[in-house]
Design a protein around this ligand. Sequence first.
Ligand SMILES: NC(=O)c1ccc[n+]([C@@H]2O[C@H](COP(=O)([O-])OP(=O)(O)OC[C@H]3O[C@@H](n4cnc5c(N)ncnc54)[C@H](O)[C@@H]3O)[C@@H](O)[C@H]2O)c1
Length: 350
Amino acid sequence: MKLELLKKKFTGKRILITGNTGFVGSWLSVLLHLMGAKILGYSLKKKDKRFLSNTSEFKKKIKTIYSDINNFDKNLNKIKKFKPQIVIHLASQPLVLESYINTRKTYATNIMGTVNFFETIKKINNISKVIVFTSDKVYRNLEGKILSEKSNLGGIDPYSASKSCQDIISNSYKSCFLKKNVDLTILRAGNIIGGGDWNLYRLVPDIFKSIKNNKKIIIRNPNAVRPWQHILEILNAFILILLNKNSDNAEIFNIGPNLNSNVSVIKLIKLIKKTGRFKNLNIKIKKNLKYESKILRLSNLKASKKINYKTKLNLKESVKLTIEWYKNYFLNRNIIFKYTQKQITDYFNK
Ligand SMILES: NC(=O)c1ccc[n+]([C@@H]2O[C@H](COP(=O)([O-])OP(=O)(O)OC[C@H]3O[C@@H](n4cnc5c(N)ncnc54)[C@H](O)[C@@H]3O)[C@@H](O)[C@H]2O)c1
């Protein structure tokens, strides 16, 4: 749907987003702001200055309460005052490796944070829609089987286990506490690529940091296959879900790329190297002794039938957009907020 048409639907809508300072949340905030929505964010501040949420334009346009998700209820009055109609929950510790190092904190944020999130929003009237963003890692992965929304849950590493719990807790709140007219959707997405991700232990940020610093990239699982998809495709899924009216039960949607975008880590690196002509990008493989699933493949069938979700980008186009974003950032970081808006506008007007 073109941006002008979306503006008609979203202008003046009051949307609360937890985790809006991160990679996914900042793109989502910029999109919804472009469409005329009023945003209130609730997140910890990203310490890394390179995040989009630390640009002056972002801070000017998107009001954010900087606080821990486990203090969400302490901010009830401020949140009530904003009168949110839609609430999107992204705030999480999102990294598998970090979850091995800070396991208790990962569970506190992802599990009790979600409980706290629902305990608070159940006290707010006039919310019509809640979206919780979990992950393809919620599934008990059967290594290679294409996962549908009906596949069994059961993440193994601490991050994945916490996201499985987040998913179950959300469903439970919908069944037991949320009013009938509050619509809950759980979105389970695969690995997201795109500009503006500066998180540690993630492939794409690691690649661009290595290129910039002329250092070898260290990879842990060269043959792990993941459903790589561009952040703009995820934004499109959010829009379709926001426009969709659910039945009485919670709706769950997998959002993944076309199956030929399910490639290994090493293949993705080679594609980035070739497309960006990064001759100095060299790889060092470090054995990983921690459990991470080897193959993750998601089926989009339900989303394509029910909300008409179609991928617009193939892997090569997603890689190109990602490279262009980082190249622009390294050329002139002062234009990056506007450049992000441009990538969003071009995608939705495509
Ligand atoms: N990036 C991906 O490939 C991907 C794939 C599937 C799902 N997800 C999910 O998307 C969401 C966002 O991930 P991301 O990639 O943008 O990561 P990110 O680290 O860039 O963003 C995480 C956000 O959560 C906030 N947060 C973390 N701990 C918090 C706490 N204790 N209290 C309040 N806020 C807190 C951060 O401040 C930040 O705004 C997460 O729920 C993640 O599980 C991400």
